[in-house]
Design a protein around this ligand. Structure first.
Ligand SMILES: [Zn+2]
Length: 399
């Protein structure tokens, strides 16, 4: 393709909104706008990636560090909005909100008798644990929702030190929203002092995290303002409808597979089983393939194999010669970006470096007189002079 057909506009300055180096270079090289809209050059890159992706081993050929599980491929990026848990040891990987963790019962003991105690101003787990002088692990936390489909009141219990994953809840019961004060009162619960004990199964769908079901003697609300119950036991004092995993993982939680600590990593999603996110793949490639002059795309994932340019001559028409080479290379199956502008050599060299095709070929008068062209792999420091007849053989050798 011709440079001018693609309407490439490179930028001198890094966009001030660039959250990452890779994005900054994509904007400067004219792949995307500052608003992250794909420009024709970006479209060309993406259509090449799409062609490559028909190969089932696409990701194994892409030079990218990928974190993956059986459902999804991720690329770690601090500015990425998809949080995942990852185990360095066994490579367990999951979206944070769906990640499983290994849970353990805080203390295994015989169920004790339930006891109602006065707990003034204990609206939160922190206040309750501090007032009762017990660890948060010995408390049960209540969260109340209403299912949007049928207005069913949903009462959720997780251990006091843990956080509910709403994604897991929705997965089990359907779409929900937070319950209103009226709905809480109507179900017989008391905000800040709520527990499933004493609730009517008709009024509340009781949903319990599996760790709560195994944990004896948790302090929970008494459904009466100012009071809590000591030693509540799931199964004895209330009967949940659903017992499952409802916990949101956090950094340092224990890997479900191998018991090592999990890290939480920001990432972007590159592919699910159903579809590939080519814009994110382009960004990931830019993050991993650039230097201080621009992008350095590898041969296996570049918008074009070759950046071809001519330098205007005094005696020879270098443009016509470059056009000949362009036709020769495209006939041989190479994709070529022909910089057909009448710009100064320096401008073209800079743009070639910015755009980052694996090889630049320069057609200049002096070399041409000797039947030579200049060939420079993007990542090499030196260029080489090669006979025009050997261009294709040389290109095939460059990785
Ligand atoms: Zn692990």
């Amino acid at each position: 393709m011709k440079y001018q057909e693609l309407h490439i506009q490179t930028q001198r300055e890094f966009p001030n909104n660039a959250r990452t180096q890779g994005f900054g270079w994509l904007v400067r090289a004219g792949y995307v706008t500052r608003e992250n809209e794909i420009l024709p050059l970006g479209g060309q890159m993406i259509s090449r990636l799409q062609n490559l992706s028909t190969d089932s081993s696409f990701f194994s050929h892409l030079p990218l560090p990928i974190i993956y599980n059986e459902h999804e491929n991720f690329f770690a990026l601090s500015a990425g909005s998809t949080e995942i848990t990852h185990c360095e040891f066994c490579k367990y990987t999951a979206r944070l909100e769906l990640s499983q963790i290994k849970k353990s019962v805080f203390v295994q003991e015989e169920p004790q008798q339930i006891e109602k105690v006065l707990t003034p101003e204990c609206h939160t787990i922190e206040a309750l644990a501090s007032f009762l002088n017990i660890p948060k692990e010995k408390t049960a936390k209540a969260l109340m929702y209403t299912r949007t489909a049928d207005n069913q009141f949903v009462f959720v219990v997780v251990r006091g030190d843990m956080t509910l994953s709403e994604a897991k809840l929705k997965d089990k019961v359907g779409e929900v929203r937070l319950a209103t004060a009226e709905e809480i009162t109507k179900a017989g619960a008391a905000a800040g002092y709520a527990s499933p004990v004493g609730l009517n199964a008709k009024d509340a769908l009781i949903v319990v995290d599996d760790l709560v079901a195994q944990s004896p003697n948790l302090a929970a609300g008494a459904n009466e303002t100012g009071y809590h119950l000591l030693n509540t036991n799931c199964g004895r004092d209330y009967s949940p409808e659903i017992v499952a995993d409802f916990i949101q993982a956090k950094a340092g939680d224990v890997c479900i597979n191998c018991g090592q600590p999990l890290s939480v990593i920001n990432s972007i999603s590159l592919a699910t089983r159903q579809e590939l996110n080519f814009e994110n793949i382009l960004l990931a490639l830019a993050e991993t393939h650039h230097d201080d002059k621009g992008l350095t795309f590898p041969k296996s994932a570049a918008p074009f194999d070759v950046y071809l340019m001519h330098i205007a001559g005094k005696e020879l028409d270098t443009r016509v010669k470059a056009e000949e080479i362009y036709n020769e290379l495209t006939s041989a199956g190479f994709t070529v970006l022909f910089d057909d502008r009448d710009e100064r050599a320096g401008v073209k060299f800079n743009d070639a470096d910015l755009i980052g095709c694996p090889v630049r070929i320069t057609v200049g008068e002096k070399n041409l007189k000797n039947g030579m062209v200049e060939l420079k792999p993007r990542k090499a420091d030196q260029n080489m002079l090669i006979p025009q007849a050997d261009i294709i053989a040389n290109l095939r050798e460059i990785r």
